[in-house]
Design a protein around this ligand. Sequence first.
Ligand code: SF4
Ligand code: SF4
Length: 390
Amino acid sequence: MQPLICSRVVNKYLVASRYDKVGTIISKEQFEELRELSKGDSELPIWIEPLIKKIGLKTKTKVKNSIFIRDETRYRFGRVSYEITERCNYDCQHCYLDKKSLDTLNLSEKERIIQIIANSGCLWLQITGGEPLIDVDFPYVYNLAHSLGMLVTLSTNGSLLTKKKISGLLQKKPPYRLTVSMYGGSQKSYESLTQKKGSFGQFISGLDWARSANVRTRLNIIVTKYNSNEINEMIRIARHYGFEHHIFSSMSPTLEGGISPMQYEASECLINEDRINRNSKGFSFCQAGQSSFHINSAGKASICKVARKPSVDVKIVGQQVLDLLPQISNQLFSDFSECNKCDERGTCSTCPLLYKFYQKSGQIPPSVCYKYKRKGGDKDGTGNARSNTN
Ligand code: SF4
Ligand code: SF4
């Protein structure tokens, strides 16, 4: 398997490592040159040597053995997230999925989705859930995405990484990145949130495996009311494993607008995420639906994970979805929403679709809407506008 991918992404050409954040932008002429060289027995051209050295490849390697060259497509998408399943082996109290419905797609429908994602031009594919590793078709889907030359990020709770079928697959074909959520620094806090006995031990075993397999891993530290006194311990665990970490402290409502996840927010720990910045130029048009999109476990495609409506059923429209998503994006952003009428629009960087998403729940935190805060939403002056945490 070639360690490098060469692909057109949106309006650029690049050569990138399959397993690391290493790559270089190339010209169209260089892209064509690599394509020609890959048809014969040619060695790598001299201009690619700096990249080759970075990833530790020998310079005399043949192009066809070191670079997977993807076909150009007329579509201009670069990033896609695919929620392969809504099901999960945990029952986290803060989860934004309301029902965790049973999966309805069969293997050939999932296969078609991956083919369409590849045809969209996507280079960076996130496979997520629910817990993606419990899906019986995950190994096939992952293998296929890998073999089509996509850089796959796997978002998981980490509990199933040591299962033979999974560890064998990921060892043989490592992901671009493993993103593992961390729900606590101790068994007590972790399992209070996940409501699954033994899950902390499984999570730690997963981290042990990822380190021993040398898989590039990032820990998403989820701060909740159960673990807010363990932030330092969670950071210590991330450092102990040598993994990059990000801290997330604010909870969103459920997709249907339920406010239950917000009850688990540690309001005293909320990172200052105010989107109002007097020096900011306000919200700049997001590329969702133009260069990225999301597909859920029922095969419904939407411009992103937040703005899930309108959606398009990939089972029905097939590849036509790639022409419809940019139209949906244009339509959503041209809507005369409350944000577009707001006198703070010029300095507020909140996406109007994110505002709408919170609005549906009736609870808009000041980190999302400054105006709401000024209107009196922030009654107690703590920055906490949500009644469910009062
Ligand atoms: S309504 Fe709130 S979120 Fe929307 S632009 Fe105004 S301040 Fe920003
Ligand atoms: S919520 Fe708004 S900013 Fe975020 S991805 Fe969707 S459209 Fe873009």
